[in-house]
Design a protein around this ligand. Structure first.
Ligand code: PMV
Length: 304
């Protein structure tokens, strides 16, 4: 029986969270926790899912787009397997969408360039979520560490930026779409203030780029702290995020911030070899859970 397996990475947002939704650049890194999707030929009519949980919205949306591109798809069984929980905000929705579209293209022997895959997967994610910059889709497709502008207007790899990160999970699942909509409301209520925050965050991205390339982690850490201040001003941080960030800083982290929408999910701290274990244990003591993930992971790929 014909079988194809594909995997794609999750992501962490390093700079420009939320501002990216308003057209400012951001920096994202793919992480080595991957989402696997397998297609196996089946004797049964239609498309059968064997997936964790009952949420098949992203698969359904991706299938719909695939059928509009390649015609009716039938006689397949689809299995998903994740190395990370959908609860922690590493971008599982985007990764499952990207992996499914890519495995379908391989199974059906349809050519699909990275930009075609990005566009199709981004459309599927928007069909389900209604909002989003597509940054998580770009990370899953391209991997590495990239400077990204909304809708894929810019997808630029940044060389040499395997950041020495510690990732702490708050234990609280955040709903990205709700928080993005809250920020939209704030923007509508107070456009000058929110625009100023986003402009400053966009400026940070430009300034930090050469520091990332030079691996000047001390400066990169400072920029992370600035980014966190802006996110705090925006009102998307939380008590738990703040306590993990503070604990990391007290334990010697060069910088620390929330990653993504905020409200919960994960925070990241930039460390050195000497401070890593102290920062990890401080985050744990503050009630966080350490996620062992490595940045700069490879983008979507065929496994079998
Ligand atoms: O919460 P996450 O990790 O899915 O990240 C969302 C990132 C935002 O900038 C807040 C929204 C977006 O679509 O870019």
């Amino acid at each position: 029986m014909k079988t194809v397996v594909v995997s794609s990475p999750g992501k962490l947002l390093l700079f420009g969270d939320h501002a990216v939704v308003y057209g400012y650049p951001c920096i994202v890194t793919a992480v080595d926790q991957r989402m696997m999707v397998t297609i196996t030929e089946s004797e049964k009519d239609g498309v059968m899912y064997d997936v964790l949980g009952s949420d098949t919205r992203f698969l359904d949306a991706a299938l719909h787009i695939a059928q509009s591109l390649w015609g009716n798809i039938s006689h397949i069984a689809v299995q998903t397997k994740s190395q990370f929980s959908e609860k922690i905000g590493l971008g599982s929705s985007a990764a499952v969408t990207v992996s499914f579209l890519f495995v379908l293209s391989k199974y059906l022997s349809k050519p699909l360039k990275p930009i075609g895959l990005f566009n199709a997967a981004y459309k599927a994610v928007l069909d389900v979520q209604g909002v989003g910059s597509g940054v998580d889709v770009a990370a899953s497709v391209y991997g590495g560490t990239i400077r990204y502008v909304m809708g894929g207007k810019e997808i630029m790899p940044i060389d040499g930026s395997v950041l020495p990160l510690v990732v702490g999970y708050t234990g609280i699942k955040a709903d990205t779409a709700t928080i993005v909509n809250d920020v939209k409301k704030k923007y509508e209520d107070n456009p000058e203030k929110v625009k100023r925050i986003f402009e400053a965050m966009g400026g940070l991205v430009d300034q930090v780029m050469p520091r990332l390339v030079d691996k000047d982690w001390e400066r990169v850490g400072k920029f992370m702290d600035f980014n966190q201040e802006y996110l705090r001003d925006l009102g998307v941080s939380s008590e738990k995020l703040e306590s993990l960030i503070l604990a990391a800083k007290h334990a010697g982290a060069l910088g620390a911030k929330l990653s993504g929408a905020g409200g919960g999910d994960c925070m990241i701290a930039l460390v050195t070899n000497d401070t890593r274990k102290f920062v990890e244990s401080a985050i744990e003591k503050a009630g966080g859970q350490i996620m062992h993930v490595k940045p700069n992971a490879k983008g979507v790929r065929v496994e079998v």
